[in-house]
Design a protein around this ligand. Structure first.
Ligand SMILES: [Fe+2]
Ligand SMILES: [Fe+2]
Length: 293
């Protein structure tokens, strides 16, 4: 509902999930963790959806400039917009309803819970379960009026040349940075091997949730949060020249997390009443009582 308040021109996707369905098409589930869901997504993937995803990336690649990223960081990383108890934040996130998408019977919280449950069932550390639960909380940016292209979609470094491993690379020609000599060389504003922590990524829900969680979650979990949409790096192997050894060490954690995000979707919601005590303890163990947005 909320998404419709924003103009469809700025927000071509009828549902944020269309971006994720597109990811499933680009990166189909090799192990078939949720084979049924993946095939279903594939089957439902019609041309109009593909066109809106394409239009979404056109906007994303055109407007995510180095300057834009610095502005958004200056604004949102002050965390002065809102303060909520953690569980109220999930209710807030759930105001992002995709009622136009026939495929979306599950709300945002269900995706988070299914991701975290899949991680838990595989016996990973509890902080990684928490990462699963929190990783898309940054999508609340949509509820602060941010356009879809500044919230979701693959992320990429700004301030240096764009890799052709990024989806729809042709649209970067529309970006002013593409012709700006400060930003359009291989290194741009960076140094060889400077480490991803010194690199500005395109702005969206990854960077935002990373900053929200950075004092509370172990380092590998922070990498999962911060780079989960950086497909050109964790799936395509691009941008290694900006990485240092620490990034390369952490990459395996980012790769470990990705299939849980992409392939855990299931039409049957987990039994929240049964799971609730575990998650209340988990959240209380790692996070403060309220979160600042
Ligand atoms: Fe995400
Ligand atoms: Fe996700």
């Amino acid at each position: 509902m909320q998404e419709k308040i924003l103009s469809s021109e700025a927000n071509p996707l009828s549902s944020l999930e269309l971006w994720e369905d597109n990811l499933l098409k680009r990166y189909p589930d090799p192990k078939a963790i949720a084979k049924e869901r993946a095939t279903e997504a594939y089957r439902n993937y019609e041309d109009p959806a593909r066109d809106t995803v394409k239009e979404f990336y056109r906007l994303n690649h055109t407007y995510q400039t180095y300057e834009f990223v610095l502005e958004k960081k200056a604004s949102f990383l002050k965390f002065d917009k809102k303060e909520m108890p953690v569980w109220a934040a999930f209710d807030f996130l759930n105001q992002l309803v995709d009622d136009s998408d026939p495929d979306t019977d599950l709300d945002q919280f269900q995706h988070l819970l299914q991701t975290s449950e899949a991680i838990r069932q595989d016996g990973h550390p509890d902080w990684m379960v928490l990462v699963g639960l929190m990783h898309d909380m940054g999508k609340v940016l949509c509820l602060f009026g941010e356009p879809q292209w500044a919230v979701v979609g693959d992320t990429f470094p700004v301030g240096c040349a764009y890799s052709d491993k990024i989806v729809y690379p042709e649209f970067f020609k529309n970006n002013p940075d593409y012709n700006d000599p400060r930003y359009n060389t291989r290194l741009g504003v960076y140094e060889e091997g400077c480490g991803l922590r010194n690199v500005h990524m395109s702005w969206g829900h990854d960077e935002y949730i990373y900053h929200m969680m950075k004092d509370y979650i172990p380092e590998p979990g922070l990498y999962m949060l911060r780079y989960h949409s950086f497909y050109a790096w964790h799936r395509e192997g691009a941008y290694d020249y900006l990485c240092d050894d620490h990034d390369r060490e952490m990459l395996k954690w980012v790769k470990l997390f990705n299939p849980y995000d992409l392939y855990s979707k299931n039409p049957t919601p987990p039994d929240w009443n049964q799971l609730r005590p575990y998650y209340e303890d988990l959240v209380a163990k790692y996070l403060p009582a309220t979160l600042k947005f």
